[in-house]
Ligand binder design. Structure first.
Ligand SMILES: C[S@@+](CC[C@H](N)C(=O)[O-])C[C@H]1O[C@@H](n2cnc3c(N)ncnc32)[C@H](O)[C@@H]1O
Length: 482
């Protein structure tokens, strides 16, 4: 194995680097057992992972909804595979599984249809020289400041030339003009970097300044879990009021809530980039590079019978989290137009559009749930049928790429439609069995309400059975027999 290029500077002692990762002790008991038995033991263990560190190495580079805790893929990777084995996440999101595979010296393979997920996962698994990044960061900031001071309009016009009318209007609605100039100047400086991995690193740092819980440098509030709201009253960093949606209106508590003090994109970018450079120094150089794809999990660009373990979490049934809604705030800056992004959104598992959709036949229990929901709400019943059809094709692909005597670990939550539980874990288990998987166990994990970003509708107080369910996830073990 090559020596790391970077001197390792840790924020605090990192358990994985000290070889003291908590699951190692438990897993040390497992290697002698057959694979299937190890899978069952892991599924029956404690899968909650409350209080575990989630921010080591590159895990915190960028916000992403419904990430799972790194300790979850880590436990299955270390318990079921050996260094050099292939670990796949076909819906990798922010790449939690891929980072854990990388840290454990397994060959991470990932795919996602969201270009932002693809960028995040790539950057999080590419070690770079910290000193070179620091020098590059200051060059970017100098260049951007120079453009802002000398030719702000030309800089914005050059970046703006890539947008169609609708995208332009979106940018004008959601970003103050001075933020637009700052972002355009930063982007121009980043795009001039010759080395692709470095360019990606800084592009991601820029995106991370836009997509945050508080809406980052945009005029939005909350790009994490609800429909974004635009600020009603906006002050610049220096205290100048630049927007007042309704100057005559009395200042109500709601207006106060929707008042935003803009932060400088240059300052935020510098902070974020420095933080990510520091964290990247925890990422060792390994001899097992990752293999990532911008691809649909229903048609994986992966050869048959080559994968040793899959750990993944698909979207919730029926668009409970709209990934594109938040991600488009930075993807428009990266050169995507809204029309392209709405095409990607249509391909997302769990979407609602069913026009010309190729439905799959469903096994009995799953068909009965779809039927019950269709009786109460035909449109959403169809959307649920779409979801289970997509998951049928994805499970088929997972079965194809797995080696025999190997497993897929799939983390799902149930949803409620018209007060009927979609029973996602039971339906997926049933579908998996019709495809040729065995399902030797389904683990339950209780969500840490303080940490997990949930869709707003799922945050409830009552303790009815279905509502309790919303604070649980199911970890399904799909075993491909030898
Ligand atoms: C729950 S998130 C995964 C989160 C991930 N486990 C993490 O820790 O960041 C689900 C992901 O599935 C992706 N996805 C949705 N439809 C897809 C498809 N047809 N093919 C591949 N990925 C898809 C979404 O873009 C999203 O990134």
């Amino acid at each position: 194995m090559n020596e790391p290029k970077n001197p390792i500077k840790l924020k605090e002692p990192s358990v994985y680097q000290l070889g003291l990762w908590p699951q190692d002790e438990k897993n040390a008991l497992l290697p002698d057992l057959p694979y299937r038995e190890r899978l069952v033991r892991l599924l029956m263990g404690n899968l909650d992972y409350h209080g575990h560190d989630t921010g080591y190495a590159s895990h915190d580079f960028h916000a992403f909804p419904a990430k799972f805790p790194p300790a979850l893929p880590d436990a299955f990777i270390r318990g079921l595979t050996a260094p050099g084995d292939a670990v796949l996440d076909p819906m990798m999101g922010s790449g939690t599984t891929i980072v854990e595979a990388y840290l454990a010296r397994r060959r991470g393979i990932g795919s996602d249809i969201d270009p932002l997920a693809y960028l995040i996962s790539r950057v999080k698994t590419t070690p770079l020289d910290g000193e070179a990044l620091r020098r590059q960061l200051y060059a970017i900031i100098d260049r951007a400041n120079h453009c802002i001071a000398t030719q702000p309009e030309e800089t914005l016009a050059a970046i703006g030339a890539r947008w169609d009318q609708k995208t332009r209007e979106f940018i004008d609605y959601w970003f103050a003009l001075e933020t637009q100039v700052e972002l355009a100047a930063l982007l121009q400086a980043i795009e001039a970097i010759a080395e692709p991995a470095m360019r990606d690193f800084f592009t991601l740092a820029l995106s991370a300044c836009i997509i945050t819980k508080t809406g980052g440098v945009s005029l939005a509030f909350d790009l994490a879990h609800t429909r974004p709201h635009r600020a009603k009253v906006v002050f610049t960093a220096s205290g100048k009021k630049i927007l007042d949606a309704d100057p005559e209106a009395e200042i109500s508590p709601r207006t106060k809530l929707l008042t935003k003090r803009l932060r400088s994109a240059i300052v935020e970018f510098r902070k974020r980039a420095l933080q990510n450079i520091q964290s990247l120094s925890e990422l060792p150089v390994t001899d097992f590079p990752v293999d990532l794809h911008l691809a649909d999990a229903q048609a994986l660009p992966v050869a048959s019978a080559t994968v040793d373990l899959i750990v993944t979490s698909p979207p919730y049934a029926v668009n409970a989290i709209d990934y594109m809604r938040a991600n488009k705030f930075s993807l428009v800056w990266l050169g995507y137009n809204l029309s392209q992004l709405s095409e990607t959104r249509k391909q997302c598992v769990g979407g609602e559009s069913v026009m010309d959709f190729p439905f799959e036949p469903l096994p009995p229990r799953t068909a009965a749930i779809v039927e019950a929901i269709s009786a109460a709400d035909p449109k959403r019943g169809k959307a649920l049928h779409r979801y289970y059809s997509e998951m049928t094709r994805i499970l088929r692909e997972m079965h194809r790429v797995l080696k025999p005597d190997r497993a897929a670990v799939v983390v799902v939550a149930s949803s409620e439609i018209r007060r009927i539980d979609t029973e996602t874990h039971r339906c997926l288990a049933e579908i998996g069995e019709t495809i040729g998987f065995e399902v030797p166990g389904v683990g339950v994990r209780r969500l840490d309400r303080n940490r997990r970003m949930m869709p707003a509708g799922h945050i409830v107080n009552s303790d009815s059975q279905i509502q309790r369910r919303m604070h649980e996830e199911f970890v399904i073990g799909f075993y491909k027999p030898a």
